[in-house]
Design a protein around this ligand. Structure first.
Ligand SMILES: [Zn+2]
Length: 257
């Protein structure tokens, strides 16, 4: 299978284009290198710093080819953040495609979900101050021989397709919520899963629905968004938000002339 770097959908290797988003699967293959920029675009790509009040801060220009982001930079220097590694991520700027890649860091690199997208078992999501993991591969108990319910299964009957695990320090699971069909919603004041004490969570923030063997995560127009931890490489598009530690950036790419 080839996991599309644009939308996360797994495609059979016989396909050339992603069945979900239509983008070339060549860009998702390990050996694919973006072609370096010609003069077709005016200006350079950049990362715009987003301040904690939502306003924009300094704009960091990106060079053509590989940019290194982390505490030691040198192209994108992120200081004063214990969740950012010396060498945290790279941004590879090519002519047709720009790739963001996490360098196997402890705390990861996250990209804001626009609209909706497929998520898979083990994917991690940041919503407000909370970090969650999606758990879809859950072994189901065999029915008991006398028809009695298993102890501990109260409330778990019905149509559920996974769990949303809230992670604490050291990735310890501190809460677990069932994800039920047709959808499970999350919000500060309304929904099946509530985060009442987090001002960064919108009243109705996100929903989770079964989608084939996976799960469809949908942002319900929240103010601060849902951020998905990237696996390997993903393609960046103009306007995408990238979260490293607690530093938020918006990726800008000049339009082709
Ligand atoms: Zn796709």
């Amino acid at each position: 299978m080839i996991r599309c770097v644009h939308c996360g959908t797994d495609n059979e290797e016989i396909f050339t284009y992603c069945l979900n988003c239509g983008k070339p699967l060549e860009q998702s293959m390990k050996g694919f290198k973006p072609r370096h920029a010609s003069t077709a675009r005016k200006g350079t790509c950049s990362l715009v710093t987003i301040r904690t009040d939502g306003g924009t801060g300094p704009e960091i220009p990106l060079v053509e080819g590989v940019n290194h982001a982390g505490r030691s930079g040198p192209e994108v220097v992120i200081a004063d953040d214990p969740r950012v590694a010396d060498q945290h991520a790279t941004i590879d700027v090519g002519r047709d495609v720009v790739f963001l890649e996490d360098l196997g860091t402890r705390h990861g690199t996250f990209v804001r979900v626009t609209g909706q997208r497929n998520v898979a078992d083990g994917d991690q999501i940041r919503i407000g101050h909370a970090l969650f993991a999606i758990q879809l591969a859950i072994p189901r108990p065999q029915p008991s021989t006398d028809g009695a319910a298993w102890l501990g299964s109260a409330g778990t009957t019905g149509d559920w397709f996974g769990r949303l695990l809230r992670l604490g320090p050291g990735d310890a699971v501190i809460e677990a919520h069932l994800l039920r069909s047709p959808e499970t919603t999350l919000g500060r004041t309304s929904g099946d899963i509530l985060l009442p004490d987090d001002p960064f969570v919108s009243s109705r923030h996100a929903s989770f629905a079964a989608s084939g063997a996976g799960c469809m995560l949908k942002d319900l127009g929240s103010t601060n968004g849902c951020f998905l931890r990237i696996r390997g490489r993903v393609a960046l598009e103009d306007g995408d938000f990238v979260l490293l530690g607690h530093h938020l950036f918006q990726f800008k790419r000049p339009v082709a002339s």
